[in-house]
Design a protein around this ligand. Structure first.
Ligand SMILES: NC(=O)c1ccc[n+]([C@@H]2O[C@H](COP(=O)([O-])OP(=O)(O)OC[C@H]3O[C@@H](n4cnc5c(N)ncnc54)[C@H](O)[C@@H]3O)[C@@H](O)[C@H]2O)c1
Length: 382
C-alpha cells in the first residue's frame, strides 16, 4: 500500500489500513445520502453496498467505486472485515440489522427512527453498550446551522425560562408513495409522526437541553390517507401493495420534567397552508424564538423576539450556510468512533454514543400513539 503524501486514492482502490471500512444498506434517499456523505469524508471508505433494486445498485456502486454489492443486508453484515454498517432501509429492518452488526463488533449509523417502537430501540441501545460500539442515529436536521446557532445562543439564557414550545413538520400532499412500506404499520411503525415528527421532536428536545418528556396527551387521524388522497412519489422501494394503516396527521401535548410543555404536530397530508414546513417556536419569560424552514437550503429561518428598553423588538440573525446535515452527523459519528479508541477497555464510552437520545425519542413516540389510541394522557416509559 502506497503511503506517500502525494498519493491520490481513486474510487475502487482498496481502503488503506487506517480507513474505516463501511457497508451501506439501502439505495433510496437515505442510503444514497449515507453513501455520498461517507465518500466525501476523510477516514472512511464505502467498500460494500446492499439494496434490492439491481439497476440502481449497479449504478450507485459503479459511479462511487464500491467494490462489493449485495441484494440482501444479511450477506453484507456477515462480512468480518467491515468497521461500520450504515442503515438506510425501511424502519422495521433497523433493529435486526443493527443488532446483528453491533453483536459482530461493527459500529452502526442508523436512520431515524431508531426502531418501530421503544422496546426494540432499547434492545439496540443494549446491544451497542454490550459490544461497546457506537450507535448513532441520523437526526440530520438537528445539525442545521440555524438549530446549532440557536442552541449556542440559548446557553446564555436570553429568553429566561422557556415554559412552552411548539414543534411541527407539516405537509399538504406528502404521503411518501401511497402503497409503499411507509404506509404499513408493521414496516414503518407509524406515519408522519414517526417519519417527520421524530425530527422536530429531536430539534426541540435538543434546543431545550434534553429535558425528559414525562407524559403525553395526543390525537391522530387518517382521513386523507385511507381515502387515497395526499400521496406523493417518494422512495425507490418497488413494492407498492402495502395497505394504508398509519395516521396522516398527529398532534400531541407533551409535559416535560422541568415543568414546561411542548406541542408536537406532524402531517403528511392536510388541507393547510403548509407544504413541507418545519416550524419550532420557543416561548420564554423574557423572549422567544421562531425557526421556520420551508426549503432545506435557505438560511433566513430564525426570528428572535425580546424587549429592548421596554419596546417589543424583533431580530433576524443573518446566517450564511444552511449546514451539511447528514454529512455533519456522520462526521460526529466518525469522531465518536475515533474518541472511543482512546477510552481504556472496560471504561464507559462518552454518554450518548449508544443511541440513548434516540431511545428517549422512540419512547415518546410510543406514548403519543398509545395516548391517541386510548384517548387519555399516557406516561412515557423511562
Ligand atoms: N434522515 C432523513 O432525512 C431521512 C430521509 C428519508 C428517509 N429516511 C429514513 O431512511 C430509511 C429509508 O428511507 P428511504 O426513503 O431511503 O426508503 P426507500 O424505500 O427509498 O429505500 C429503501 C431501501 O431499502 C432497501 N431494502 C429493503 N429491504 C432490504 C433488504 N432485505 N436488504 C437490503 N436492502 C433492503 C431497498 O432495496 C431500498 O433500496 C427510513 O428509515 C426512513 O425513515 C430518513
Amino acid at each position: 500500500m502506497a503511503t506517500s503524501e502525494s498519493t491520490t486514492t481513486l474510487p475502487g482502490d482498496p481502503a488503506p489500513p487506517d480507513e474505516l471500512r463501511v457497508g451501506v444498506i439501502g439505495l433510496g434517499f437515505a442510503g444514497t445520502t449515507h453513501l455520498d456523505a461517507f465518500t466525501a469524508l476523510p477516514g472512511a471508505r464505502v467498500v460494500a453496498l446492499a439494496g434490492q433494486e439491481p439497476a440502481r445498485l449497479a449504478e450507485l456502486a459503479d459511479t462511487r467505486g464500491v467494490e462489493s454489492r449485495y441484494a440482501d443486508w444479511q450477506d453484507l453484515v456477515a462480512r468480518d472485515d467491515l468497521d461500520i454498517v450504515s442503515i438506510g432501509v425501511p424502519n422495521d429492518l433497523h433493529h435486526p440489522i443493527a443488532v446483528a452488526a453491533l453483536s459482530s463488533g461493527k459500529h452502526v449509523f442508523c436512520e431515524k427512527p431508531l426502531a418501530v417502537n421503544g422496546d426494540l430501540a432499547q434492545e439496540m441501545v443494549d446491544a451497542a453498550r454490550a459490544a461497546d460500539r457506537v450507535l448513532e442515529v441520523a437526526y440530520n436536521h438537528r445539525r442545521r446551522t440555524d438549530v446549532q446557532w440557536l442552541r449556542r445562543h440559548l446557553d446564555s439564557r436570553p429568553f429566561g425560562d422557556i415554559y412552552h414550545s411548539r414543534a411541527s413538520w407539516m405537509r399538504r400532499t406528502g404521503i411518501p408513495g401511497l402503497g409503499s412500506w411507509f404506509t404499513s404499520r408493521t414496516a414503518a411503525g407509524g406515519g408522519p409522526l414517526i417519519d417527520l415528527g421524530s425530527h422536530v421532536l429531536d430539534i426541540a428536545l435538543f434546543l431545550l437541553d434534553e429535558p425528559r418528556v414525562t407524559s403525553v396527551s395526543a390525537v391522530a387521524y387518517d382521513r386523507l390517507g385511507t381515502a387515497g388522497r395526499g400521496g406523493s412519489t417518494r422512495g425507490v422501494s418497488e413494492r407498492r401493495d402495502f395497505p394504508y394503516e398509519v395516521e396522516d396527521f398527529a398532534s400531541a401535548l407533551l409535559r416535560l420534567d422541568n415543568g414546561a410543555s411542548l406541542h408536537l404536530e406532524a402531517s403528511w397530508a392536510s388541507y393547510s397552508k403548509a407544504d413541507e414546513d418545519i416550524e419550532v417556536d420557543l416561548l420564554g419569560a423574557t423572549g422567544g424564538a421562531r425557526l421556520h424552514v420551508d426549503n432545506y437550503s435557505t438560511t433566513d429561518t430564525l426570528t428572535l423576539y425580546s424587549d429592548v428598553a421596554g419596546a417589543p423588538t424583533v431580530s433576524r440573525p443573518r446566517l450564511t450556510d444552511p449546514g451539511r446535515h447528514h454529512q455533519a452527523v456522520i462526521a460526529e459519528f466518525l469522531a465518536a468512533i475515533a474518541l472511543g479508541e482512546q477510552v481504556p477497555a472496560g471504561q464507559p464510552r462518552h454518554t450518548g454514543h449508544y443511541g440513548e437520545f434516540a431511545l428517549h425519542r422512540s419512547r415518546v413516540l410510543d406514548a403519543v400513539y398509545s395516548s391517541a389510541a386510548e384517548r387519555r394522557e399516557v406516561e412515557v416509559v423511562r
